[in-house]
Design a protein around this ligand. Structure first.
Ligand code: NAD
Length: 260
């Protein structure tokens, strides 16, 4: 029970990576807020965790909306107390070359990834600082926080931006006992990635099998997708880490896709 009695808000936790982090946090004794735009799926995820003996509540939240983020934090704080852990994980992908990219899609991507990370971070520290009990913020970055691929300019820009926010919070949060790190996964077979396989095949004019083999997994050491379990184990490790020796860092979890 590495996270016994900790209160965690995990955004984008109704699916994929966030859902597995929520399951593993609950298994380690944390009470988890499943914050997601997909309110029904968040309810189902929370119910699943409760049936396995964990404590979870769904929080309907659009991370890009200031009032929605605050309402989610108010709900969990009123029910359980000030959160100890934030996993800022909600995200979407958009596939387009820069010359075809609309300003609306550019702004939408930055709003979900960067406004979302900022708004949830601010809501978290506004609770954590006065509570004086420290805390931990984890951002889900990506191998695309460190390098680029074709067709993903706004995603790559936003994921690079998370490194800056993390480092800024590492400095500001230190005197309040708030630590923060980025987890940068390689390709994980979640709905976010399943959707882009046919999209990339079309844009690059190659088969879907070639997208998987030559675009997604070519640079791994073992030809394997990173799993939600791989990422969630690291999220448990970082949340449970006891000191600020690990703050402002990035852990790349990618089967060697990217080596720092
Ligand atoms: P997913 O599609 O399975 O889950 C994303 C979740 O985010 C969904 O439940 C969705 O409803 C939610 N969401 C989307 N917009 C939201 C908003 N505005 N407010 C609140 N919730 C919102 O995707 P995933 O692969 O689990 O992705 C989770 C995170 O991991 C994302 O930040 C993504 O960029 C990152 N990531 C994914 C991969 C991968 O290969 N799957 C690799 C690196 C990083």
């Amino acid at each position: 029970m590495q996270l016994k009695d900790k209160i965690a808000v995990i955004t984008g936790a109704a699916s994929g990576i966030g859902l597995e982090i929520a399951r593993q946090y609950a298994r380690e004794g944390a009470r988890v807020g499943i914050a997601d735009l997909a309110a029904d799926k968040a309810e189902s995820a929370a119910a699943e965790i409760r049936t396995t003996g964990g404590q979870a509540m769904a929080l309907a939240m659009d991370v890009s909306d200031e009032a929605s983020v605050q309402a989610g934090f108010d709900t969990i704080t009123a029910a359980w107390g000030v959160p100890d852990i934030l996993v800022s994980n909600a995200g979407v992908q958009h596939i387009d070359p820069i010359d075809a990219l609309s300003l609306a899609n550019w702004k939408r991507m930055l709003a979900i990834h960067l406004d979302g990370a900022f708004l949830t971070t601010r809501a978290f520290v506004r609770g954590a600082y006065p509570a004086g009990k420290g805390g931990c913020v984890i951002y889900t970055g990506s191998v695309h926080s460190h390098e680029a691929s074709l067709l993903k300019a706004p995603y790559i820009t936003a994921k690079h931006g998370l490194l800056g926010l993390c480092r800024a919070l590492a400095k500001e949060g230190a005197s309040h006992g708030v630590r923060t790190n980025v987890i940068s996964p390689g390709f994980v077979l979640t709905p976010l990635v399943e959707r882009q396989i046919p999209e990339q095949a079309k844009e690059l004019n190659i088969s879907e099998a070639d997208v998987v083999k030559n675009v997604m997994l070519k640079h791994t050491v073992d030809g394997e997708f990173t799993t939600t379990d791989d990422v969630a184990r690291v999220a448990v490790f970082l949340a449970a880490f006891p000191t600020a020796a690990l703050t402002g860092q990035t852990v790349v979890v990618s089967h060697g896709w990217h080596m720092q």
